[in-house]
Design a protein around this ligand. Structure first.
Ligand SMILES: Nc1ncnc2c1ncn2[C@@H]1O[C@H](COP(=O)(O)OP(=O)(O)OP(=O)(O)O)[C@@H](O)[C@H]1O
Ligand SMILES: [Mg+2]
Length: 366
């Protein structure tokens, strides 16, 4: 029976304990139908646990998981309209690739015609770029190829929700980028809800429309990729979702002047105002401009380049600033000839717009 719920998946105050270990605490989450949600966070923060509770492989210790508006407590995995690609993909080793992918379809009742199964399996294998591998045995495939078989096996069933636990972790960078685009296209075309678990912030930001940043079993921030990157809720999110330079500061009693360690001051914009006391100013590496001459129109720190990390299309510089510490600055190489690259040992200026920085009270930092 169709439900009127616009949320495909909902967590209501969900806590999960494994014996004395609390894996996740008081998770509240709504995933709208057709959304692409990424659960992002460091190892052990509870991502897989959340996914397994959606899939029905674990039950909450407290609270409720709903799918399509229906409470799922006690509903086993095979009764849920869900397919899951596991972090440790369990393929049938004695089957070939095609048999692995077709397995779910062959179990369906009423039966699906063999020609239709062949067509869908072929399509799924093309999608994961394994068109020529149908007859290969699983043990003759590389780890990344096996991961793609697991992916094909899940998408071939056209579930209404697809759960993906680090589905691209075993792939090389190029193949991973290609598969990210394929997965995104697939999700848009099929209109099904995807929940992707990853500890790779780039993957989460590039693929998902909603990112759920987790740490130590709790949600730290839920928002669009742009929101979590541009307006991180706290220092943990600022640090985990991208790189951040932290500058220790003191918010003065007026609640508007931030005094930095080198004596300079920033007058805080409304959204940068925190309680008087210790504070941390967070500045993204790409928000700073490295120049040999001091620009007069923007605030800048003077420092000495200690390292240059060549990244091909860009370069990262580590710059030591007396009284403030070490900074990381990204410099786009567009329009810069080799001879213009700043060298370690050079004195430089790091210009930035203070209004673009994030300010957190030190007491809220984790
Ligand atoms: N079956 C289990 N029994 C006991 N503790 C568990 C069990 N499964 C997970 N945990 C614990 O729960 C916490 C969350 O684990 P979970 O697997 O959800 O983390 P994760 O975010 O998926 O990490 P990773 O990125 O390393 O896969 C961890 O502290 C883990 O040790
Ligand atoms: Mg995991």
């Amino acid at each position: 029976m169709a439900s009127a719920s616009t949320n495909d998946i909902e967590f209501r105050s969900v806590t999960k304990n494994y014996g004395s270990v609390t894996a996740v605490t008081d998770i509240n989450l709504n995933v709208p139908k057709g959304a692409f949600l990424a659960l992002l966070g460091p190892s052990g923060c509870g991502k897989t646990t959340c996914l397994r509770m959606i899939g029905g492989f674990e039950q909450p210790s407290q609270g409720t998981v709903l799918i399509d508006g229906r409470e799922m407590n006690g509903v086993p995995a095979y009764r849920r309209p869900i397919n899951m690609v596991f972090q440790h993909y369990a393929l049938f080793p004695h089957f070939n690739v095609e048999q692995n992918v077709a397995y779910g379809l062959r179990q369906m009742r009423p039966r699906i015609a063999t020609a239709e199964i062949d067509r869908r399996v072929g399509e799924a294998l093309e999608m994961v770029r394994l068109g020529g591998f149908a007859k290969r045995r699983i043990h003759e495939m590389s780890g990344g190829q096996q991961q793609r078989v697991a992916l094909a096996r899940a998408i071939v069933n056209r579930p209404s929700v697809l759960l993906l636990d680090e589905p691209l972790a075993a792939l090389d960078k190029k193949l991973r980028s290609a598969m990210q685009i394929e997965l995104q296209t697939l999700q848009r075309e099929l209109g099904i809800t995807f929940v992707l678990v990853t500890h790779d912030q780039e993957e989460a930001l590039s693929m998902a429309d909603v990112v759920c940043v987790m740490s130590a079993g709790r949600i730290r921030q839920l928002g669009s990729p742009q929101e979590v990157y541009d307006r991180p809720a706290d220092l943990f999110v600022a640090d985990f979702v991208g790189k951040t330079n932290r500058v220790d500061a003191t918010m003065e009693a007026d609640g508007a002047t931030l005094r930095l360690g080198d004596g300079s001051a920033i007058s805080a914009a409304a959204r940068q105002r925190v309680v008087p006391g210790q504070a941390i100013v967070a500045i993204r590496p790409e928000a700073m401009r490295l120049t040999r001459a001091q620009a007069s129109d923007i605030m800048s720190f003077k420092g000495v380049v200690t390292h240059r990390i060549f990244l091909g299309s860009s370069a990262e510089y580590a710059v030591a600033v007396p009284g403030l510490g070490d900074f990381l600055v990204t410099a786009d190489r567009r329009g810069i000839s080799e001879s213009d690259l700043v060298e370690p040992g050079e004195t430089v200026f790091l210009g930035f717009d203070p209004a673009g920085a994030h300010v957190f009270s030190a007491s809220s930092a984790a």
